[in-house]
Design a binder for this molecule. Structure first.
Ligand SMILES: [Cu+2]
Length: 174
């Protein structure tokens, strides 16, 4: 074996290892989930007061494919039922309702689920949600299928997962 082969092979092995480590790190990114062409970012929900029967779940859904997909349902460990909801103004009253036929994610676009707009609804809550915990569940898409995800539980009443925009009178009952 020529004397210079060993260091070269060694260098190649190190490079391969570095690449493998970089690739392995991508799916491990916190709060991001993928299946097929769908990317789910930053799923979060909010702590609930004792006795609450429902909670909203929020996230950003991106369709990286060339065909439309639809969020048609899901599940979570602590809810008896799970629905996909929109929030619409009825005069001065905001009302939520199930999204008929599922929430469309057009190809190449993102849809934001956030307080005051589209959300998933955890119904028949089996227990209160506590700030700082994570809850597991699934999202079901027409094309991408079923994706297991986790929602991070933020503080009660906040408008964003990092706690900014905490409103007034948003059920702060301790
Ligand atoms: Cu709702």
């Amino acid at each position: 074996m020529p004397a210079n082969t060993l260091p070269r092979a060694f260098g190649a092995a190190i490079l391969a290892c570095l690449l493998a480590c970089l690739l392995a790190a991508i799916p491990a990114q916190a709060g991001e989930f993928r299946a097929g062409d769908i990317v789910i970012e930053t799923p979060w929900t909010r702590a609930t007061p004792g006795g609450a029967r429902v909670a909203g779940g929020y996230m950003r859904l991106t369709n990286t494919g060339t065909e439309p997909d639809r969020l048609i349902g899901g599940s979570s460990e602590m809810a008896g039922r799970f629905e996909v909801h929109s929030m619409v103004m009825d005069g001065t009253v905001a009302r939520m309702a199930p999204v008929e036929g599922g929430l469309e994610i057009p190809p190449g676009e993102s849809v934001e689920l956030a307080p005051g707009g589209y959300h998933v609804m955890f119904m028949d809550l089996q227990r209160p949600l506590t700030q700082g915990e994570t809850v597991t569940g699934t999202l079901v898409f027409e094309r991408a299928g079923t994706i297991e995800i986790t929602w991070e539980v933020a503080a009660m009443g906040v408008r964003s997962p990092d706690g900014h925009g905490q409103g007034h009178g948003h059920g702060h009952r301790h």
